[in-house]
Design a protein around this ligand. Structure first.
Ligand SMILES: Cc1cc2nc3c(=O)[nH]c(=O)nc-3n(C[C@H](O)[C@H](O)[C@H](O)COP(=O)(O)O)c2cc1C
Length: 213
């Protein structure tokens, strides 16, 4: 059963906070975390309280100059069907010769999990010299990863996907996005039908080298 979060109250602005938080459970989660492929997700999904807690945790993210350059759309229940209609209409515009079968599949994509969080990168372009747009986009990516970790720690299975829809301007318009916004990811959240298996992982030796000047 998913763990209902018993979170500490949000710290007051300016309250002193511990600089470290030694936690064997956090290390365990990071050592063994695995996304659940979207086809392995099913009901149930997190309710409003869990989602609220998950989002609150995820938004404690590094953010250069506190621009909050992201926002999240919570898509659940019937709204997933409306998103499926949008995905299908977008697919038809991208690919006018697409078969009816493929269009029908497109409509079903949002129904693969009970909850989808669309994380929208919403950079502030007013002063890009101070906080480059790239840095603001990275903050959105960190928010996505925080969501995965918070979801897993609360007992929910989750995966971060984009697929073609995330890059489609018709989808962007239908979701009310403005020109400078992009979809950092759709975080699909639910319950795993089966256990995902370990995938191939990089080795530290291959990916990290000691720079000595
Ligand atoms: C920005 C981004 C977009 C992704 N989009 C997809 C996608 O569209 N389809 C997919 O199968 N995996 C996608 N992934 C990969 C999965 O989220 C996941 O990382 C991968 O399956 C490896 O599993 P792991 O998280 O357990 O390492 C994406 C990852 C990132 C960071």
């Amino acid at each position: 059963m998913p763990i209902r979060p018993d979170l500490p109250p949000e710290p007051e602005f300016g309250a002193p906070l511990d600089p470290t938080y030694p936690s064997a459970e956090t290390l365990q989660l990071l050592a063994l975390r695995r996304s659940t492929p979207v086809t392995m997700l099913t009901e149930p999904g997190p309710g409003a309280d869990d989602l609220d807690a998950m989002l609150r945790l995820a938004m404690r993210v590094p953010d250069h100059r506190k621009l909050e350059p992201w926002r999240v759309l919570i898509i659940e229940g019937e709204a997933r069907n409306k998103l499926g209609d949008i995905f299908a209409a977008a697919r038809k515009l991208r690919d006018p010769d697409v078969s009816d079968e493929k269009l029908a599949n497109e409509m079903l994509l949002p129904l693969r999990a009970p909850v989808i969080l669309a994380v929208i990168s919403s950079p502030n372009h007013h002063d890009p010299k101070k906080t480059p747009v790239w840095e603001q986009q990275l903050s959105s990516g960190a928010l996505c990863q925080n969501l995965l970790i918070a979801a897993n720690a609360m007992g929910w299975a989750a995966v971060w996907i984009t697929e073609d829809a995330a890059f489609d301007s018709h989808v962007h318009a239908a979701l009310g996005m403005t020109g400078h916004e992009q979809i950092a990811g759709f975080i699909y959240i639910g319950t795993a039908k089966e256990k995902p298996v370990e995938r191939q992982r990089p080795t530290v030796a291959n990916k990290a080298t000691r720079w000595t000047g």
